[in-house]
Design a binder for this molecule. Structure first.
Ligand code: A5P
Length: 193
């Protein structure tokens, strides 16, 4: 299988679980730290420039709404994470029980072009630079701090705003299933069915 590996503390458990098993997999990573950790564990990782589709991608989330919208990017990897999720036949989210929320709330991570940065921040109005290093693709990491009343409308606004390279709102249409760990049990949510 061709497998996309997400980023974050939850995915770290996944990498540990994959390590040492006799899987016939080709992996791509959504961040440098996932790539480095996977290699340390002996999991094969290759650049995402020759594979055009993935069978499966597995990643965490910062927030999960009741209707399956995700906020991602707490680790600033949301741009690569969304590309990998969109390329996968099945995008599976793994999360601890604190991630499902009644309503999505700020911050919503953004990745912005450096060119015209102040103009883009002024246009958005409610956004703050995060003060972390740029993404591996050169984007500036910021957070939208306004309300998240309608995720679909807000995602469309971000998509239509010049200077925003990507945002951390992931549509339920991207998601195959969400697995939430609750003690010894796993709750399975299928948002798009
Ligand atoms: C990385 O940019 C994020 O999208 C992570 O996938 C998300 O923040 C979940 O991370 P944790 O598993 O560490 O909570």
């Amino acid at each position: 299988m061709r497998v996309g590996l997400g980023t974050g503390s939850t995915v770290a458990f996944l990498l540990d679980a994959l390590a040492g098993r006799e899987f016939d997999i080709r992996c791509v990573a959504t961040s440098v730290r996932t790539e480095e950790r996977a290699r340390e564990l002996g999991i094969p990782v290759e650049p995402f420039d020759t594979l055009d589709r993935l069978d499966l991608a597995i990643d965490g989330a910062d927030q999960i709404s009741p209707d399956g919208w995700l906020v991602k990017g707490g680790g600033a990897a949301h741009t690569r994470e969304k590309i990998v999720a969109a390329a996968a036949d099945r995008f599976v989210v793994i999360a601890s029980s604190d991630k499902p929320v009644d309503r999505l709330r700020p911050p919503v991570p953004l990745e912005l072009m450096g060119f015209g940065l102040q103009a883009t921040l002024t246009a958005i109005g409610r956004a703050e630079l995060r003060g972390v290093p740029p993404s591996p693709d050169g984007g500036v990491i910021a957070d939208y701090t306004g309300r998240v009343d309608d995720p679909q409308a807000l995602a469309a606004y971000f998509d239509a705003t010049p200077g925003i390279l990507e945002h951390g709102l992931f549509s339920p249409t991207l998601v195959y299933e969400i697995l939430v760990g609750r003690g010894d049990r796993v709750q399975r949510l299928v948002p798009s069915s």
